[in-house]
Ligand binder design. Structure first.
Ligand code: XMP
Length: 512
């Protein structure tokens, strides 16, 4: 890669990935690493700058996450955000204390002195705060360049040492000029050059794939979604025949999805996909299983067992490729820092611990919209690009409780109606994800003078940027009426439809 990258040390903030996003949007490659990474590892990567993320701890608490003090002596420009600022202050001998007034939400930043970091930023602008500690003393080689009503010291700078800190979150969209501040740090202060765009990503990852894989064989699990399809196109371009993309009919796909997609893969995308009908196997393994985590683990393991049968046919396979994205990683395993595990996405946490193949996940650091851009560069059509995400475990995590063939068919029918109506009301591209959930709950209804006692279906439509947070979609009433009427009238066994009004957080997008 031309030019240097930025390393972001993660102290557990929910916004860490947004920092990465902003940096890449500005055209600079970056990586997120755990806060306690060895200094030698940092040096090995030869970054152009460090960013210290926010986090939920207080620097003065016992056990607060702290990197080695040596990061201050690497001669690298450092930007500390929120907890990152307090850590820089603490490392530089300043006093950090619990603030009497906690500051959450919007605040007004006042620029109080000439500043390299705040150059071009309005004299007084909105910033997003989320902290309970503040700095109360600072040494002479630092200057305070910004303040808010509750933080006399909201921005500190030492241009001699190239150390900068902000109390607010420049990475969230609510901070006016947030990108400008990050841009000042990257380009004017750290002297970085733009080295990141999707074209660069494609060429550097193709080079990496070719060097890593050589002439070894790779199996790729296609889910039918955008990420694995884009990865298939990338791998095909890089290693050609040595790629075997496999699409498994788990019996837990959407109605007609397997046949339709096999046709598209082969005729429109030129992918020589091996299709495997394994519906019965999955159903048997999942019989009587209600626990969401257990479902995911069983499905992950069954996928690998089925992929192994492909190896029996094509000969020794070295690598297994997956279209895992950053949000899957951060929610499944706390590999990057002290964040909590939310779910074992089968892409990551649901795979068996011991696999005979090495895992390749070139999109592990990326967000969905970035992968969509790569897909565009690789010539994938817009309709495919804009397909809603679909989880690997498929309808298994949308049938609450145990899974039977009858329930799968009920859900597929209801789900197909939702899709048809999203298309006919021209709403499909207005939502990030759409699906129906089947509840193991029965309620009483009346149809044509006859009492019914059947299941409840839930419609879930969400707006999101990357799946990390989501809002329920304010769907038009006439659309909801149409979908509800059609499901109750056309799907045998469902007599009530409800609409999910939960955002993420505190809910998750899927119900399991
Ligand atoms: P949640 O439900 O965690 O979902 O808010 C965030 C996004 O991830 C998808 N998802 C999964 N994808 N395997 C996957 O491949 C999984 O186990 C899994 N669980 C959730 C979900 O559909 C949403 O887009």
């Amino acid at each position: 890669m031309i030019g240097k990258s930025v390393l972001i040390l993660d102290f557990g903030s929910q916004y860490t990935q947004l920092i990465a996003r902003r940096v890449r949007e500005l055209g600079v490659y970056c990586e997120i690493l755990p806060y306690n990474i060895e200094v030698t590892e940092i040096q090995k990567r030869d970054p152009g700058a460090l960013i210290l993320s926010g986090g939920p701890s207080s620097v003065y608490e016992a056990g607060a996450p702290k990197p080695s003090h040596e990061i201050m002596d690497l001669g690298l420009p450092i930007l500390g955000i929120c907890y990152g600022l307090q850590l820089l202050a603490h490392f530089s001998g300043m006093k950090v204390e619990s603030a009497r007034e906690r500051e959450y939400g919007l605040a007004n930043l006042e620029v109080v002195a000439k500043s390299e970091l705040l150059k071009g930023v309005g004299q007084s602008g909105r910033v997003w705060m989320s902290h309970g500690d503040k700095i109360t003393q600072f040494p002479e080689d630092f200057s305070v360049t910004g303040k808010t009503e509750n933080s006399e010291i909201a921005v500190i700078e030492s241009s001699a040492r190239k150390i900068y800190g902000i109390q607010f979150h420049a990475e969230v969209v609510h901070t006016e000029d947030g990108s400008k501040i990050i841009s000042n740090f990257l380009f004017d202060i750290s002297g970085l050059v733009k080295n990141w765009n999707m074209g660069n990503f494609i060429s550097s990852s193709m080079k990496w794939i070719k060097e890593t894989i050589g002439d070894k064989k790779v199996i790729l699990g296609l889910s039918g979604g955008v990420d694995s399809t884009v990865l298939a196109l990338l791998l095909k371009k890089a290693i050609g025949e040595n790629l075997t993309p496999v699409f498994v009919d788990t019996g837990l796909l959407r109605k007609n999805e397997f046949i339709t997609l096999m046709e598209r893969f082969r005729s429109e995308l030129g992918l020589d996909v091996t299709g495997i009908d394994a519906g019965e196997i999955f159903l048997n393994k999942l019989k009587g299983v209600s626990s969401p985590e257990e479902k995911r683990k069983i499905i992950g393991k069954t996928f690998i067992d089925i992929f192994s049968t492909v190896e029996d046919k094509i000969g020794k396979v070295e690598y297994f490729a997956q279209g895992t994205l950053y949000p899957d990683v951060i929610e499944s395993v706390s590999v990057k820092g002290p964040s909590a595990t939310i779910k074992s996405h089968h892409n990551v946490g649901g795979l068996p611990e011991k696999m005979n193949w090495k895992l390749i996940e070139p999109f592990r650091e990326l967000f969905k919209d970035e992968v969509r851009d790569i897909g565009r560069e690789l010539g994938l059509d817009e309709k495919f690009i804009m397909r809603h995400p679909f989880p690997g475990p498929g309808l298994a995590i949308r049938i609450i409780g145990d899974i039977t063939q009858e329930k799968i068919v009920k859900l597929q029918e209801a789900d197909a109606i939702l899709k048809e109506e999203l298309d006919s009301f021209d709403l499909y591209n207005s939502v990030w994800q759409s699906f129906v959930v089947l509840l193991p709950v029965k309620t009483v209804g009346v149809m044509g003078d006859i009492r019914t006692y059947e299941n409840v279906a839930v419609i879930r439509l969400v707006e999101s940027v990357d799946g990390m947070t989501a809002d329920w979609f304010p769907a038009p009433p006439d659309f909801l009426t149409k979908v509800s009427n059609r499901i109750v009238n056309e799907v045998k066994g469902i007599n009530r439809v409800t609409y999910d009004l939960t955002s993420k957080p505190p809910g998750t997008i899927e119900w399991e």
